[in-house]
Design a protein. Structure first.
Lengths: 223, 476
């Protein structure tokens, strides 16, 4: 993936660039808002990572301008402002996702990988399938190897989100945000409990597990 | 600044002055109108009287002759009162009457006249003068003003009948005088009353200012005295005191937070440092290093969470902009969060039962209500372990009661002693028993702040056994 990082904190930026490089992504860096905006509108990137507070031009105005020009490149906004209202403002300005500092790199990586995927046409699919597991979004039916699996509505949405991002890591907060639509950090292992229930429904009795726990990051559905 | 200038600047005094001015102007207008009206009325009355007497005399002369007329004129002349009578011959020479010096033009042409004349004094005033008695020519005389009608009788004689108007003018003068006394009285009274009012007002404002000066100089426990009059000043004082209570509470909170932050954050920071040091130690194996680093990350995540919670409480306590509130379905939030935590409770062997009234909407912040609900449930799950070793139970209730929306989360755990029920709502307050449990001691403080932000309240009740946490919100 080709990523543009607009971030004025040099240390944070160089750490991110190195970590993204290790994850196999090419990252360009802009240290201020004007340069960042010029690079974003001049070149084609898969994902933009934009810090909210930047010298010369703030992050939200960059995103707004890009959106006004019809640029649909997925944007992840980074911010030290983490209140509910700040998030809403960020997303309203045209950001696709919002991450509060300090964050775990795995969280950031998972989010940009899902974001880049979002711009591809898989979004509109009416059904997903991973190995023998199929999920039909219209009839709301889930089958594994031809065997129907009964899921609670919430479990269905969990699986739907995982399968939409099959092969990608999804973090606990991403699940909470996308499946329950809440943005807080639960202090207990609340997501894990739900995942283990889901896992027992789809993997139990099958030789190859599809739902994997990615240590220190989150979950993933893959063959 | 002089005391006078200061008093003048008070709105009470200015208001009083304005009212005095309006009052005086109104009184002058009213008095003038009354005076004018009565003078017109008296004048008309006098003219009528004069005309009637003239007609009477003419009738007497016609019917009974000149002698009877002379007798009648003489009789009326000698009566006390404002009457003026003059009977003269055809050339205008005085024959009878109580005035002698009638101006010639009055006698030449019949008509209505007004003239100055000398009249014996006391003539009209001396009620003691017997009828028919002729006043002494030596009696002191005084200037009079007469309004008269003069007529020519059948035989060419001149008859003048009139009234003295000095008395009438005297009456006007009395009206004017009493009116002036009245106005002066009004002004004096208003000034005194206004002054007293202004002084009282100033004194009470001074009290408030003195108190606020003391508070500004650092004595936050000072309060504005509230009297029993229950007037606007007491309303103001009560509000000021409530504001001061809030400020004092906030400052107290700030102080406690600072103390607690020092204590509660130093511990994990120390652990963090120890772990990092352990990882750096030469003898540490790669596995031990990795483990130490993982602990470092977990420890710092916890710290970040604590900071986030602290910041959130601070932001919520500072009051979110009203734009952040929108109409939300509380029933859905409570049901969602209960569902979210259902499996967690189940794994802990805790039974959750819920009675959630549907379709309750409120003007609220969805995230904050959700977070509050999460905190309540996490707390309940943590403590719903009966001391007798029985099965843990949690009940979630949402309903309306007396125009309020009540969210109640109850458990059957050990409960909280009554003395601590208020204290646990403060930041970082953790009871001895829960010290060993993980947690920041911020959960209930946040719920409390969320309740206050929405204009509601939060309290801990006894669930006998256990805790019943009740979040009460005003129905939107």
């Amino acid at each position: 993936m080709k990523i543009l990082l607009i971030e004025d904190d040099r240390e944070a930026a160089s750490y991110l660039i190195q970590a993204l490089d290790e994850a196999g992504h090419v990252t360009h860096h802009a240290a201020d808002g004007e340069t960042g905006y010029a690079m974003a509108s001049g070149m084609d990137y898969d994902v933009l990572i934009v810090d909210r507070m930047l010298p010369r031009r703030d992050g939200l105005s960059i995103v707004e301008s890009l959106r006004a020009e019809g640029d649909k490149t997925p944007v992840l906004i980074l911010s030290a402002l983490g209140e509910v209202d700040d998030r809403v403002t960020g997303l309203r300005a045209g950001g696709d996702d919002y991450l509060t500092k300090p964050y775990a790199f795995t969280e950031l990586l998972a989010r940009i990988e899902v974001l880049a995927r979002r711009s591809s046409p898989a979004e509109a699919a009416t059904s997903y399938s991973v190995a023998g597991l199929t999920l039909d979004r219209l009839s709301r039916k889930v089958e594994r190897d031809g065997e129907t699996i009964l899921l609670q509505p919430r479990e269905f949405r969990l699986l739907e989100y995982l399968m939409k991002n099959a092969g990608k890591v999804v973090t606990r907060t991403m699940l909470l945000e996308n499946v329950w639509d809440y943005h807080f950090d639960p202090q207990t292992n609340v997501i894990d409990v739900h995942m283990s229930r889901l896992r027992s429904k789809i993997d139990k009795g099958h030789a190859t597990p599809l739902l994997h726990t990615v240590r220190g990051a989150g979950y993933m559905i893959r063959e | 600044m002089s005391r006078f200038a200061q008093v003048w600047r008070t709105s009470t005094v200015r208001l009083t002055a304005t009212f005095i001015a309006i009052f005086v102007i109104f009184a002058i207008l009213l008095m003038a109108f009354i005076g004018w009206q009565s003078s017109v009325q008296i004048q008309r009355q006098q003219t009528d009287d004069i005309d009637r007497e003239v007609r009477l005399f003419q009738r007497i002369e016609n019917n009974q002759g000149i002698r009877a007329l002379a007798f009648a004129v003489d009789r009326l002349s000698s009566q006390p009162g404002p009457g003026i009578y003059f009977l003269g011959d055809a050339s205008g020479l005085y024959l009878l009457g109580n005035v002698t010096d009638v101006p010639p033009e009055v006698l030449i042409e019949p008509g209505v006249y007004s003239f100055d004349y000398d009249r014996p004094n006391p003539w009209s005033d001396d009620a003691g003068l017997a009828p028919g008695a002729t006043p002494s020519p030596d009696a002191p005389r005084r200037a009079g003003v007469a309004v008269v009608r003069s007529v020519e009788l059948g035989n060419g004689m001149r008859l003048v009948v009139g009234r003295d108007v000095v008395e009438r003018r005297g009456y006007s003068a009395i009206i004017l005088q009493s009116f002036l006394v009245g106005v002066v009285g009004i002004i004096l009274f208003s000034v005194v009353a206004g002054g007293i009012t202004a002084r009282r007002v100033l004194r009470r404002i001074d009290t408030i200012r003195d108190t606020s000066t003391k508070i500004m100089s650092g004595n936050l426990s000072e309060r504005v005295p509230v009297t029993r009059r229950n007037d606007e000043f007491d309303g103001l004082a009560t509000n000021l005191n409530a504001m001061l209570d809030r400020i004092e509470q906030l400052l107290q909170g700030l102080k406690e937070v600072t103390d607690n932050v020092a204590h509660d954050l130093k511990t994990p920071l120390t652990r963090l440092r120890n772990q990092a040091e352990a990882a750096l130690r030469d003898k540490a194996s790669p596995e031990a290093r990795e483990k130490a680093l993982e602990t470092v990350i977990a420890e710092s995540d916890r710290l970040i969470q604590t900071f986030n919670a602290l910041l959130m409480i601070a932001r919520v306590e500072a009051g979110a902009p009203s734009g952040a509130l929108s109409v939300v379905d509380v029933s859905e939030i409570v049901a969602d969060v209960t569902e979210l935590y259902g499996p967690v409770a189940e794994d802990e062997g805790i039974a959750v039962e819920s009675a959630i009234e549907e379709g309750i909407t409120l003007r609220a912040n969805r995230e904050l209500i959700g977070q509050a609900m999460v905190n309540l449930l996490e707390n309940a799950i943590k403590y719903a372990k009966p001391e007798d070793g029985g099965k843990g139970r949690i009940s979630v209730r949402l309903g309306r009661e007396r125009g309020r929306v009540l969210i109640a989360v109850a458990d059957n755990g050990p409960g909280i002693p009554e003395a601590d029920r208020k204290r646990v709502l403060e930041r970082f307050v953790r009871l001895e028993k829960s010290r060993s449990e993980p947690g920041s001691g911020l959960g209930l403080a946040l719920v409390n702040a969320v309740a206050r932000l929405h204009g509601g309240s939060f309290r801990i009740e006894d669930n006998g056994p256990g805790v019943r946490a009740v979040l009460e919100l005003p129905a939107g």
